[in-house]
Write a protein that binds this ligand. Structure first.
Ligand SMILES: *Cc1c(COP(=O)(O)O)cnc(C)c1O
Length: 424
């Protein structure tokens, strides 16, 4: 049977894999132990990406430099530690569509979000509200509420939610537009998760940035599910700041370092308050150890501490793969892979399973969230017994992320065959 671009049988999946220009990248990754003698089907790259084969060697290189050079590793290692984070700058900038001065790898996501809110949430008595999407990731909700409280506001009145319409889950841009029209003068900041972690909905960053700026509202983005998933153009879109983690789509390992983007227009605005640390000080005279902080221009000026080299090594291994594959090509494959997944799901005609992720490619990343209702946990257990990795999120939702770096069309095909066996 054929459906649009796709031949729906097993042969179709094999052909898609054979003609996939990115197929060799799967070989760069380590997969978890096989189950029942078969390789696992890994669909949780949105939660913890797989280990790049090179990661171990890059970590061992740091350990070995530490062993043989000790403190001299800061300056004399092949990849010296003082500027080690700079080895990640160019590829990070390419990944999110930024200029090098706009990005830095540091800390973890929520820490970076607090640093950004400290500088970019500058409420006044009249303009103090923060807009988040309803169903925002908990850490985002806690972070904005805590900053409202720090400034003496009650989160109940300071935080506005961009909500879906009755009985809907997906958000409408017109509703945000309306909210900005009616409340804009009292809104100081909009923070959105792009892609939303639960529904998989992606938001049009450029449109939202433009809307926000007409009312002098700062626009920040949590890219936990966007970095390494979507093709991003943060600079051109005019986003003010963005933060992300690199253990999900960026495959840098559990608890890996976060990234941070600050738009060039803020690079030399030293009037904004920030939390200060010696690693944000102008690197030319950081070691004069002077008492007064003079920040570097750009994102690096928000660094606090000297960076942890071991986790940067795993990220370096991963970013080399992103550079080799290119986000544009990855996204192209990703769109096809997810379309294929969706078409197979539809062809299976499950009566009680609903795809809640939006149908258009521009409104989503690679993942699909499926509402299984009350049978979600049972299905999850069955899938897991068959070697399928996916994850459960309240209420009744299983998320599946076919990622273009290491998932095959055949993985998606096999997943759908297994689903057919266990659903209904
Ligand atoms: C995973 C995730 C986080 C995690 O934050 P950490 O500080 O890295 O623990 C934050 N926001 C979103 C939207 C996420 O999906």
């Amino acid at each position: 049977m054929k459906e649009g671009l796709f031949e729906l049988g097993a042969k179709g999946a094999i052909e898609l894999d054979e003609s996939d220009p990115l197929k060799k990248f799967r070989l760069e990754f380590l997969f978890p132990n096989p189950k029942n003698g078969k390789s696992v089907l890994y669909f949780v790259g949105n939660s913890l990406g797989l280990q790049p084969k090179k990661a171990r060697a890059y970590v061992e290189e740091v350990l070995s430099d530490w062993e043989t050079l000790a403190v001299q590793g800061h300056t004399s290692a092949k990849y010296p530690w003082y500027p080690y984070h700079e080895f990640l700058t160019e590829s990070t900038a390419r990944l999110v569509g930024a200029k090098p001065i706009e990005v830095v790898v540091m800390n973890t996501l929520t820490v970076n979000l607090h640093l950004m809110l400290t500088s970019f949430y500058r409420p006044t008595k009249k303009k103090f509200k923060i807009v988040i999407e309803s169903g925002a990731f908990p850490s985002d909700q806690y972070a904005v509420a805590s900053h409202a409280k720090l400034h003496g506001f009650d989160p109940k009145t300071a935080i506005l939610e961009w909500r879906p319409r009755t009985d809907e889950r997906i958000l409408n841009l017109e509703d945000l537009e309306e909210l900005i029209q009616s409340e804009g003068d009292s809104i100081a900041l909009i923070l959105l998760g792009n892609v939303n972690y639960l529904t998989g909905q992606a938001f049009p960053l450029k449109e939202i940035a433009t809307l926000a700026h007409t009312k002098e509202i700062v626009f920040g983005v949590d890219l936990a599910h966007g970095a390494g998933n979507l093709e991003l153009h943060l600079h051109d879109d005019g986003v003010d700041f963005a933060v992300w983690c690199s253990y999900k789509y960026l495959n840098a390992g559990p608890g890996a370092l976060g990234g941070c983007f600050i738009h060039e227009k803020h690079a030399e605005d030293f009037s904004r308050p920030r939390l200060e640390g010696w690693w944000g000080h102008d690197k030319k005279d950081r070691f004069l150890m002077e008492p007064v902080f003079r920040p570097m221009a750009g994102a690096e000026g928000w660094q606090l501490s000297n960076p942890p080299i071991l986790p940067m090594a795993t990220l370096r291994a991963s970013m080399e793969i992103f550079d080799a594959a290119g986000m544009h090509s990855l996204r192209k494959k990703s769109v096809l892979l997810t379309q294929y997944f969706e078409i197979l799901l539809k062809a299976a005609e499950f009566k009680k399973v609903k795809i809640i992720t939006p149908p258009k490619a521009e409104d989503r990343g690679c993942s699909l969230s499926l509402d299984f209702g009350s049978s979600a946990k049972t299905i999850m257990t069955k899938l897991s017994e068959e070697g399928v990795f996916c994850d459960y999120r309240e209420p009744g939702i299983l998320r599946f992320a076919p990622v273009p770096l290491y998932n095959k069309f055949q993985d998606v095909f096999e997943l759908c065959e297994i689903l057919k066996k266990h659903v209904e």
